[in-house]
Structure formats: structure tokens, C-alpha cells
Design a protein around this ligand. Structure first.
Ligand code: DC
Length: 225
């Protein structure tokens, strides 16, 4: 029997990474967070003093950016950039912005494509991103589009920020999400869109546990388990 791949795409804030990681653990598959690869490259551009929006500058850096991932048995993924562990550093807000900019560069996407496909050739994977079912793994065994209304995602984000002592007005959180959705879905390179053969899991009215059960059920159905 060949290897299985589960592609999970969707907008930011739908709970993708948490749910995809748990699903991978439940299935015994490797969890691959592809956003972390773009984040590592965004960090590299910042470290090298390159403008992450400057296509030529970022493209010139690609051959020097040695990006590696290591996967622990517990579903954790550690990221290494030129040998240095950058797992925590890539979560900084300025790196989020840089990642978003470098991810819009066609040469970057082409360069990182093979790295992502290679993982799926060697392992059963649950891969989360924006273009996994459409571009990276168009032949994925199961494709899920995980989404929730902007308001539901804003409420979750609002709570999360509050818990971290970083409160922002709800209206601001919501308008940021709407703006990010607009950017993600209208950008020229690999815009976020649902694969035609993807199953939609909408978590708007579900809590985390219910979302997980709904996702796992869909995946298992698709895998024939
Ligand atoms: O999911 P995330 O926030 O860690 O992703 C970081 C950035 O990378 C985000 O701006 C979207 C982008 N990204 C992408 O373009 N394609 C992917 N497959 C994954 C992430």
C-alpha cells in the first residue's frame, strides 16, 4: 500500500495548526506545518538585512537559506535555519509579516515546493498550509478546507490575545482578520482557495473538541478507515 497524505488548507485563525497536529497524532502520521518554512525564510531575510518584499533580494538569498525540519514522536516540529534552532524565533510578529511577504514571491514558492513534496513521498503526512490541496499535493488522499466565519475567528483570537495580556479591541481584531483574508485570497501567487475536491469543515459553531471530532471523522471517512 502506498503512503497517505492529508491536505488541510484554510484561512488563518480557523484552528488549523492545533487541529491538524492532533489529527496527525491520532492517525500516527507526520504533521507538517508548512507555514513554518515560510517563516524560517522570512526570518533569514530579516537576519541578512534583506527587505522581505524585495523579490530579487530574497531570491538571491535562497541558495544560502539552509532550512531543515525535525519531527519529534509527539507531533512537535522543530525548525532549523543554517543549523540554528529557530522554532520559537519564527513566531515573533515581525517574522509573521516577513513570512507573509516572502510567501508572495513566486520563486520562493517554487523553491520550497520540492521540500514539501519530498516529505509526502517519504511519510504518511498531515500537511497544513494554504495551497496544499491545490498546488503542493494535488493528488492528496484526503483534502480538507478548514474554515470558520471571520467573527468566530476574531472572537477566538481576541480571547487568545487577552489571555496573553495583549488585549486589543474586538473591532480591530476583526478588521485585521478581514483584511488578511482579502490579501490571502486575492494575491497573485498561490492565493488561498478551496480545492474543488476538498471537504469543508466549518468550525464556526463548534468548540475545539467538537472541531477535532468533526475533522477526524472527515479524514477517516476519506481514508476509508
Ligand atoms: O500559517 P502561518 O501563519 O504560520 O503561515 C505563515 C505565512 O506563510 C502566512 O503569511 C501564509 C504563508 N503560507 C503560505 O503562503 N503557504 C503555505 N502553504 C503556508 C503558509
Amino acid at each position: 500500500m502506498g503512503l497517505n497524505s492529508v491536505a488541510i488548507d484554510g484561512p488563518s485563525g480557523a484552528g488549523k495548526s492545533t487541529l491538524a497536529r492532533r489529527a496527525a497524532q491520532a492517525l500516527g502520521y507526520l504533521y507538517v506545518d508548512t507555514g513554518a518554512i515560510y517563516r524560517a525564510l522570512g526570518l533569514f531575510a530579516l537576519e541578512r538585512g534583506a527587505d522581505p518584499a524585495d523579490e530579487a533580494a530574497v531570491e538571491a538569498l535562497l541558495p544560502q537559506a539552509e532550512i531543515r525540519m525535525e519531527h519529534g514522536g509527539d507531533g512537535t516540529q522543530r525548525m532549523y535555519l543554517c543549523g540554528e534552532d529557530v522554532t520559537e524565533a519564527i513566531r515573533r510578529p515581525e517574522v509573521s509579516r516577513a513570512a507573509s511577504l516572502v510567501s508572495a514571491i513566486p520563486a520562493v514558492r517554487a523553491y520550497l515546493l520540492e521540500m514539501q513534496r519530498d516529505l509526502a513521498r517519504r511519510h504518511d503526512v498531515v500537511m497544513d498550509g494554504r495551497d496544499i490541496g491545490t498546488v503542493v499535493l494535488p493528488q492528496a488522499t484526503v483534502k480538507i478546507f478548514l474554515t470558520a466565519s471571520p467573527e468566530a475567528r476574531a472572537r477566538r483570537r481576541y480571547k487568545e490575545l487577552e489571555e496573553r495580556g495583549l488585549s486589543q479591541p474586538y473591532e480591530k481584531v476583526l478588521s485585521d482578520i478581514v483584511e488578511r483574508d482579502r490579501k490571502d485570497t486575492t494575491r497573485e501567487t498561490a492565493p488561498l482557495r478551496q480545492a474543488e475536491d476538498a471537504a469543508v469543515v466549518d468550525t464556526t459553531s463548534l468548540d475545539l473538541e467538537e472541531s477535532f471530532q468533526a475533522l477526524l471523522e472527515r479524514i477517516k471517512g476519506g481514508l476509508g478507515r
